[in-house]
Design a protein around this ligand. Sequence first.
Ligand code: ZN
Length: 438
Amino acid sequence: MENIFEEIFDYVKDLGIIDTHEHLPSREELRDKDTDILKEYLSHYFNRDLISSGLPVEDYQQIVEKKLPIMDKWKIVEKYWESSRFTGYGRALDISVQGLYGIEKIDASTIEELNSRFLKTLEPGYFKKVLKEKCRIETSLLNVETLAEDHDPLQERSMHCDRDLYSPVYSISDCIFPNQWSAIEKLEKQSGIAITSFERWLEAVGSLIDKAYRLGAVALKNPLAYQRTLKYERTSRSSAEEEFNSILKVKHYPDWIIKPVIPGKNFQDYVFHFILDIANKNDLVIQIHTGIQEGNGNILSNSNPELLSNLFLEYPNVAFDIFHISYPYQNELTVLAKNYPNVYIDMCWAHIVSPNSSVESLVEWIDTVPLNKISAFGGDYLFVDGVYGHQYMARLGVAKALSIKVKEKIFDIDKAKQISKMLFYDNPRQIFGLDKKT
Ligand SMILES: [Zn+2]
């Protein structure tokens, strides 16, 4: 068994990758330079394990908001770090510092040296070195929230991203769920259409999607399982319009009062169906967040992919790229991907959320789901070092799953290698139509 795994891993570790999902800065020069290794590494994911293990939120805020000597910051988190080190998030960080800095692990004895090496990476050229040379990623699908060139890089990423590194995916969050007045103004500005009615809203949404594709988008993204249920019902235009009208009611509030915007569910449902209709006409791909929500506390059942079944049926020409293996609903996703020709499994984020479930799921899918429907890797990181740890764990997990199947004599080692290339490279390239674009 050991030899089978070694031989497969030896091949898989050098494979080129299409990375299906990232939140990295649009351009390297937009990276936050006022930083240190703990501020960057704890900007998401592992900070949640630390908080879950007992780190007070106020103490966490000192790490990301205060300028303190790095050892002082380490002392704040040390106890919680040691209880969480072996989670997928924790392991990814240790693997990152091994691979990128040649240091065994993050602890009291290494943190100062690590931080000084980390600060040297703020020089230009580092993103390319990590993503292309160390991770062998051909392109990363970047989640972008704006079509504008000037934007706040800490808040959003732009369609005008570095195309040597990224292929943009346009988030339709603001179109369906504008949760502050500025989101409405942003839509107005970027579409060039004044929002004076529900009709104009739909026109603006259509024109933004059109513009996103003209600027090179390879897919759309719906991240809204963080805020609402994935059940998008078919609603009447009149009920959606009524709810939209109530959004506009606060337009006259003076600028020194926050204008509250809470879009009703009929409005949200209607607009997503409207977008899916455009996607269906044009054979577009939609990436959808399902399963575990990042952050401490949410309503997990909102994110069950089974809630999307009506959409899979109603929009057969849309390719639904279902994120994060829907963990912990991976069994539901198995059946959806098995039964619907337009449902694809995306393992982005999964190998660090649960390395074990990722391997087990892949073993299960080899038994149940056609192999062309699975993409093996999306880093889903805000900071570039994390991508290294994640891709390494993804390669390890895929090699493990395939070696289990070789041992069961389902296929031989050569076939396992060929399948690994499909999962990491050929499938995402095909699903996102990247052949046509390059
Ligand atoms: Zn994401």
